[in-house]
Design a protein around this ligand. Sequence first.
Ligand code: TXA
Ligand code: MG
Length: 348
Amino acid sequence: QTKRVYINGECPEPELISEGANWLRAGELVAFPTETVYGLGANALDAAACAKIFAAKGRPQDNPLIVHICSREMADRLTDGWTAEAELCVHHFWPGPLTLVLRKKPIIPDVVTAGLPNIALRMPSHPVALRLIEESGLPIAAPSANLSGKPSPTNGSHVWRDLKGKIPLILDAGVCSVGLESTVLDLSGDIPTILRPGGITREQLEEVLGKVEVDVPKENQAPKAPGMKYRHYSPQGEMILLVGSSDRVVHRMGLEIQRGHARLKKVGILCTLESAPLLHNLLPDLLFVLGSKERPHEIAANLFEGLRICDEQGMDLILTEGMEEETGLGAAIMNRLQKAAGQRIEFL
Ligand code: TXA
Ligand code: MG
């Protein structure tokens, strides 16, 4: 039996926060909103509670969890890897969508870090997340609150559909503002290295840290962030990622729609605001506008919703317009889209 409660995202009701904190202290799971995506939380110091996360999601055991904290003191109890770079990141980007990989202290159970010597720490900025950590007094281990293999949940309904019946409580505060997961930055080595592109961009990090490397594994490579090796999400339908000017993308999509319809396929489109008017006339079975090319944060915020809708509406073929600029948020958006599309990407 899962209880779903609606909570004020700006000014969370104290009695609802207490309810969540009580479940966490009792070793149970609570789904809660963050500014990036919803998290599925458990007491990070309780190995049995954390094991329930893997069971509820169907998550592989070798994929470690991010631990969410609400203060520097709480972080100090979990790591002694503070370097000058870590201090700078904390100062500039916490609370916010940046996860830091640092040396762990022994009190962290192995199930949280999948046996690795490092821990991934994040201070979220969402008031519900922060208040829940404060009220429980616990560091909260939380992966994204989706079933393994589905897109991360960016609203309470996504969590409900994936996890109802599996956890006692969902705190639903509506839509997440960022809509893509946090950037995972490894600070355990000599040079700060992005293991997963996300809500804080490489450019933002380089402004503060100087040189930042990117080590995001391609298929078949051994990744440093274990989670990056899983094909996180692949839609039921066949997906083709098309990158280029609106003119070229629209032309190519037009051909694919005709070809798909000739084979009695349902064809869904995920596109930018700029391409939408022309695509509309080509009569796809579904047209979802991700946002304007001029405002990548809109595209980031709508991406997972768009992917979920295509599956829910039974699209056989999903044509997705990619980002021409792989700088800024474009890097994270293209990372998620490339994973969803597998190898099917065309630069026009
Ligand atoms: O925005 C987010 O990061 C969301 C919200 C809920 O905070 N969480 C999230 O968690 O996306 P998850 O489990 O879906 O992704 C965690 C990523 C995985 O790629 C994992 O391999 C990596 O972080 N990671 C966790 N601990 C690590 C560690 N000790 N060393 C290297 N990578 C780690
Ligand atoms: Mg995830």
